[in-house]
Write a protein that binds this ligand. Structure first.
Ligand code: NZQ
Ligand code: ZN
Length: 389
């Protein structure tokens, strides 16, 4: 471990079936005016909405609602929510949903009392909040992003065709608490479940594929990947398997709550490529990552060969005997590809609505990261997108 770091994670977690009962005690810590934030209606179908409303009533809260937060939440929706939260004089924001709802609520938390335009301030200039941040909590219903225990908030600006994530340094942007009940995820469609699983896997990869030092974070990352691969295979065949789904939920949280980034540079270029696809097509986040990953990793493999050999051996159990490093690394990626196909992930961006005519726009929308094994040129990005078609 050669890098220096500070580590603090203030989010309290309530994990397991029935954990919603702890919501009451948490809500008691905050003022009367609560804004309940949720998505397109899944929580009304599966009963989570009713259960949460009952608790809010029992706590005597005055509740305003922001409904219809879409996957890949937009800036327009953020402006709309700011009006509602301001009019309600929000003391607390309660997110009930997946990463989109949690991210949106964080963006809202830093925008309610902000007198500048939040897009300019937080997403173009990447400033930290200088105003009061409204406290928030999450009840998670979709697994993947890690938003339940981090300070990330991704917002899409449809007009500018940009999808940008800001990981705030200010810990007050993180949820004060998150309720993680794996049974809440059992109503997810298969498509969303596997997209979330790949999102988790890629979060781990983004942090793992950087640096050359011996780092505890990499051993933790390998353990998380092995657990995820194991549980994903069970859940893929038996979506109602609580043990597998609970392991996946827990892995998702630890994959992106800053722990395995400790002492690491971290890459995040797959997310930048995927977010560009998302900005132009509005496709499901995890699928955008799946569609660009293999062309990207095959491209950077020669620059980080040692780590790709380790990945093949320690994550995919590749036997290295009598093989060159390139052969071992390629075998690891081939095993990863087979697993991705087994889950039924989308393996190309064409299926997500992208086409050759969008290549220039895709490259333009992709931010360049510098922590991985190869800093991509615009030409390399274009090639990776072309190979992902
Ligand atoms: O809107 P509803 O009706 O609730 O339906 C949602 C949505 O259509 C549905 N869903 C959620 N829980 C369900 C359910 N359907 C049935 N039963 C349930 N229990 O699932 C769909 C997808 O939900 P969404 O919240 O969009 O998915 P996800 O959790 O993958 O979040 C994606 C967003 O998070 C951002 C992504 O860019 C994207 O905007 N990310 C946030 C990160 C962070 N905060 O650190 C990191 C990630 O890399 C990611 O970028
Ligand atoms: Zn992600």
């Amino acid at each position: 471990m050669l890098g220096n770091f500070s580590y603090c994670n203030p989010t309290k977690l309530y994990f397991g079936e029935g954990s919603l009962k702890y919501l009451k005690g948490e809500l008691a810590k905050y003022g009367k005016n609560v804004v309940l934030v949720y998505g397109g209606g899944s929580i009304k179908k599966n009963g989570i909405y009713d259960a949460v409303i009952e608790i809010l009533k029992e706590c005597g809260k005055d509740v305003a609602e922001i409904a219809g937060v879409m996957p890949n939440p937009t800036l327009e929706k953020l402006y709309e929510g700011m009006e509602i939260a301001r009019a309600h004089k929000a003391d607390f924001l309660l997110a009930v949903g997946g990463g989109s709802v949690c991210d949106y609520t964080k963006a809202l938390a830093v925008s309610v009392h902000c007198d500048e335009d939040p897009w300019e301030k937080y997403y173009l200039r990447f400033d930290e909040p200088t105003c009061e941040v409204v406290p928030l909590g999450c009840v998670l219903t979709m697994v993947g992003t890690g938003s339940e225990m981090n300070a990330g908030a991704v917002i899409t600006n449809r007009e500018q065709k940009l999808k940008i994530g800001h990981v705030f340094a200010d810990e007050s942007v993180m949820p004060r608490f998150s309720v993680l009940d794996p049974t809440y995820t059992l109503t997810l469609p298969h498509y969303q479940m596997v997209a979330g699983i790949y999102d988790i896997f890629n979060h781990i990869c983004e942090q793992y594929f950087s640096g050359t030092d011996d780092n505890t974070s990499d051993y933790l990352a390998e353990g998380l990947m092995r657990s995820l691969i194991h549980s994903s295979r069970i859940a893929n065949k038996d979506m109602q398997n609580y043990e597998a789904r609970s392991n996946i939920m827990w892995t998702a949280t630890w994959a992106l709550n800053t722990l395995i980034a400790c002492g690491k540079d971290t890459d995040w270029e797959v997310h930048m490529l995927g977010q560009a696809v998302g900005a132009l097509t509005d496709a499901t986040h995890g699928m955008t990552l799946a569609a660009v990953s293999l062309p990207y990793y095959r491209h950077i493999m020669p620059y980080g060969l040692e780590k790709f050999v380790r990945f093949a051996k320690n994550v995919w159990d590749v036997n290295g005997e009598g093989k060159t490093d390139e052969e071992i690394a390629n075998e690891g990626l081939a095993k990863m590809e087979a697993w991705m196909k087994e889950l039924g992930l989308v393996m190309n961006i064409t299926e997500l609505g992208a086409n050759e005519g969008m290549l220039d726009e895709l490259v333009k929308a992709t931010l360049v990261m510098e922590g991985g094994y190869k800093v991509l040129s615009k030409e390399e990005m274009r090639e990776i997108f072309r190979e992902s078609l």
